[in-house]
Design a protein around this ligand. Structure first.
Ligand code: G1P
Length: 307
C-alpha cells in the first residue's frame, strides 16, 4: 500500500540511533481474543482510547525510525489503514473546533511512513520477520523489531539498545528478569556480564525452555535491534518450539557463528497485551493515569473491590 504522506522527516535519512526501519509483526489470528478478533484485529483493540499498535509505532518513531513495516496477514488490512490520514474526518473535526480530537486523529499517520508485508501462513515469528526483508532499503544495516503484544515502560529502551550496538556491534535485544516459574513462556538468554550491569553478552538463546532447562531468568521482551545478517539466518533455520520458525533460533544460529549478541536489561514495567488478562491490566493502568477517567475509576474500583 502507498506510504502515508503526513510524515515531515525524510524516511531515507539516518537517525541518531541508526534506526531507520522498524518491523511490527501483526499477522497473528488473535485467537485469545476471539470472538472479537473475527472482525477486529487485536492490534487495534483500544487501551483506553488508543490502539496498542499506536504505542509501539510511537516508540519506534521516538527511537528514530522513519518507516514502519507492518507484517500482516490476509484480512487484517485495517491495521495499516489505521495509519492512513482521514481528510474528511479531519475536516469535520476542524469545522466543529474539536482541536484535541483532531490532534489524536492525526497522530498515528504523522508518526512515520507505514507500509505492509504479507505473511500468508502463520509459520512463526522468525518467518514473519523474514517476510519484511523485501521492504528493507539497501542502507538498512539494522532493523528494530517491536512485538505489539509487549508494552515496555517507560519507553526509551530502543535508544539504550542502539548505544549498546554502537559499542559492541551486532545484534542487541531487550531482556527482562522474569520470575523463574514463568520463564517457559519466553525466549531465554544464556548471559555473561559486561562492565555495564545492564548490558550482558549473550552466549546462547533458547525458545520456551522447560523451567529446569532455562539458562537464566533473563527473557526476551519484545524489542529487538537486529543486524541485517538475521535475514540470512532466518532462511537457514528449521521449525523449533511449537513447530514454528522461531526468531530465537535465528539469533541462536548467529551466536553459534560468532555474531555478537547483547541484551540491555530493562528494569522498568511491562504489559502483555497478548491476552485478555494482561490487556485488562494495561487498560486499567493507563486509565488510572488518565486525567479525565483516572480519578472516577480509582474511586469506583476501590468500592468494587471491597464489595
Ligand atoms: C515471543 C518470542 C519470545 C519472547 C516473547 C516476548 O513469544 O518468541 O522469544 O520472549 O515473544 O513476549 P510469544 O509471546 O509470541 O509466544
Amino acid at each position: 500500500m502507498a506510504p502515508s504522506t503526513a510524515v515531515s522527516s525524510d524516511p531515507g535519512s539516518a537517525s541518531v540511533s541508526g534506526i531507520r526501519t522498524a518491523i511490527v509483526p501483526a499477522a497473528g489470528l488473535g485467537t485469545r481474543f476471539l470472538p472479537t478478533t473475527k472482525a477486529v484485529p487485536k492490534e487495534l483493540l483500544p487501551v483506553v482510547d488508543t490502539p496498542g499498535i499506536e504505542f509501539v509505532a510511537a516508540e519506534a518513531a521516538e527511537a528514530g525510525a522513519r518507516r514502519l513495516v507492518i507484517v500482516t496477514s490476509p484480512g487484517k488490512d485495517a491495521v495499516a489503514q489505521y495509519f492512513q490520514p482521514q481528510p474528511e474526518l479531519e475536516q469535520t473535526l476542524e469545522r466543529r473546533g474539536k482541536t484535541a480530537l483532531l490532534e489524536k486523529v492525526r497522530r498515528a499517520p504523522g508518526l512515520l511512513e507505514v507500509e505492509t508485508a504479507v505473511q500468508k501462513e502463520a509459520l512463526g515469528l522468525g518467518h514473519a520477520v523474514g517476510c519484511a526483508e523485501g521492504n528493507l532499503r539497501p542502507d538498512d544495516d539494522v532493523v528494530a523489531v517491536l512485538l505489539p503484544d509487549d508494552l515496555v515502560l517507560p519507553t526509551g529502551v530502543l535508544g539504550r539498545m542502539a548505544s549498546a550496538r554502537a559499542e559492541h556491534g551486532g545484534t542487541v535485544l531487550c531482556a527482562f528478569d522474569i520470575p523463574k516459574e514463568q520463564i517457559s513462556a519466553y525466549g531465554v538468554f544464556d548471559v555473561a556480564d559486561t562492565d555495564d550491569p545492564d548490558v550482558k553478552k549473550v552466549n546462547g538463546m533458547v525458545e520456551k525452555p522447560a523451567v529446569a532447562d532455562a539458562p537464566s531468568t533473563f527473557a526476551a521482551a519484545g524489542r529487538y535491534l537486529l543486524d541485517r545478517a538475521v535475514f540470512d539466518a532466518i532462511k537457514r533455520i528449521t521449525p523449533g518450539a511449537g513447530g514454528e520458525l522461531q526468531l530465537t533460533d535465528a539469533i541462536a544460529l548467529l551466536i553459534s557463528e560468532g555474531h555478537p549478541v547483547h541484551v540491555v536489561v530493562h528494569r522498568g514495567g511491562r504489559h502483555d497485551l497478548g491476552n485478555p488478562g494482561g490487556f485488562l491490566r494495561a487498560a486499567v493502568d493507563f486509565a488510572l493515569a488518565h486525567p479525565e477517567y483516572g480519578p472516577d475509576l480509582r474511586e469506583w474500583l476501590r468500592g468494587r473491590v471491597e464489595e
